[in-house]
Design a binder for this molecule. Structure first.
Ligand SMILES: [Zn+2]
Length: 409
């Protein structure tokens, strides 16, 4: 009896884990492809007052991350930043406000738990308009993994963030603006763990369009440059020119700009609020957010019976990369991805495109997109500190080339 029990336990443990399509990516920390719920530590939302409010810090806004502040001298402070759980990819996100009763200079040391400094600080007077900190006010210590900032503070709140804040609200406002076009429709396709809307945008001028392009973004909260690219890409498709119009008369673009709204608004480094990397959950589908997006795309394409011509998943990393499919993974129609990449390279002569083909070993969205639709599937990675105007220009070209190729199909 005991033997039988042990056998059943073994069968359960190993029998449920697919052997294929579940390999971690090389830079993944251990355990990332186990996408069952994990514990996370929520940050304490509060205002940190020093010397009776002479200087104050706050994390009381969506997207904030500030776990602890301590005063070192009159004008210097140490800020501790921790991820939602660990081990975790080093996407060391931070965002906070600081203000002072009187104008003064302060020095801040950023110190990280389970990670090291990564993002050049961006400053804003209002949480909407951002610019990178000036070089001589910032240094980082790559050995210690810390960073030092000098800031001019005063009664007006100063926002400091790893990247521009594109919270779920800011993205929803952008989606609403896009929906002013009569050929753009928005849909709430489900709710996240913490009951935030997961929103889809659909672009087409053909109510019976059966030719699909599927797009997602922001599985990973800090990947704001990917979000900037996704917005520019979709905006290009809504423009009023003959190419876009012809494209919209024949195709439907369905996009989910923020797959992980809880993680974005909680200022998390990588995961959803169940402590899971959503872009490792596209085989097991343990998380509600990945289930919702999967079911939406299946419903849109009539259970994958209608053709999907391209899929894009927008991300950010240290530099621009296109993760593509290995050549032996044939697509229908054939060789569209190669054509897109070739024309992209011609249109961006100043950049040597970094193209990295992958197989289907890892449980990322690209694996699911290809396995389900046999479509050209691209993970569109944008550099963390790329010039923002260049990100937009490149994403516009990416959309343009896509439309040019597809209207000829
Ligand atoms: Zn990512």
């Amino acid at each position: 009896m005991q033997m039988l029990f042990k056998l059943l336990v073994l069968l359960f443990v190993f029998g449920c884990t697919p052997k294929k399509n579940n390999q971690p990516v090389s830079y993944d920390p251990p355990g990332s492809t186990d996408t069952r719920d994990k514990e996370i530590v929520s940050q304490n939302k509060k205002v940190f007052y020093f010397e009776r409010g002479k200087i104050s810090f706050s994390n009381m806004f969506p997207g904030a991350r500030l776990n602890m502040v301590s005063q070192l001298t009159d004008s210097s402070f140490q800020i501790e930043i921790s991820p939602e759980n660990a081990p975790i990819n080093n996407s060391a996100w931070y965002a906070f406000q600081v203000w002072a009763k009187a104008n003064q200079m302060i020095e801040i040391t950023l110190k990280y738990q389970n990670g090291s400094h990564r993002y050049i600080p961006k400053l804003s007077p209002d949480g909407r308009n951002w610019s990178p900190i000036e070089n001589n006010f910032f240094s980082s210590d790559t050995t210690a993994g810390t960073a030092q900032l000098k800031l001019q503070v005063g009664p007006q709140k100063l926002w400091i963030s790893a990247q521009e804040l594109i919270t779920s609200k800011i993205m929803a406002d952008w989606v609403q603006k896009l929906a002013h076009f009569q050929f753009v429709e928005t849909k709430i396709i489900g709710a996240s763990v913490e009951n935030r809307n997961i929103i889809a945008v659909e672009i087409t001028e053909n109510p019976s369009a059966q030719k699909h392009i599927l797009i997602i973004g922001r599985q990973h909260p800090p990947e704001v440059t990917g979000a900037i690219a996704l917005q520019a890409f979709l905006e290009r498709i809504t423009e009023d020119d003959s190419l876009s119009t012809l494209f919209r008369q024949n195709y439907i673009v369905s996009a989910v700009p923020i797959v992980n709204p809880d993680g974005v608004d909680a200022g998390q480094w990588r995961h959803n609020v169940h402590g899971v990397d959503l872009n490792r959950d596209w085989v097991n589908f343990n998380q509600i957010e990945t289930q919702i997006v999967r079911d939406y795309f299946l419903q849109k394409t009539k259970q994958a019976q209608e053709p999907v011509f391209f899929t894009f998943d927008f991300h950010s990393t240290q530099k621009d990369i296109f993760y593509t499919l290995k050549e032996n993974l044939a697509t229908e129609p054939p060789r569209l991805m190669e054509k897109w990449l070739q024309i992209m390279a011609e249109r961006l002569p100043e950049e040597t495109l970094d193209i990295q083909p992958f197989g289907l070993e890892s449980p990322v969205s690209k694996t699911w997109f290809y396995s389900t639709f046999k479509a050209p599937s691209i993970t569109y990675e944008v550099g963390d500190e790329d010039d923002r105007e260049y990100i937009k220009t490149k994403a516009r070209i990416a959309a343009e080339v896509l439309m040019e190729i597809l209207v000829e199909q």
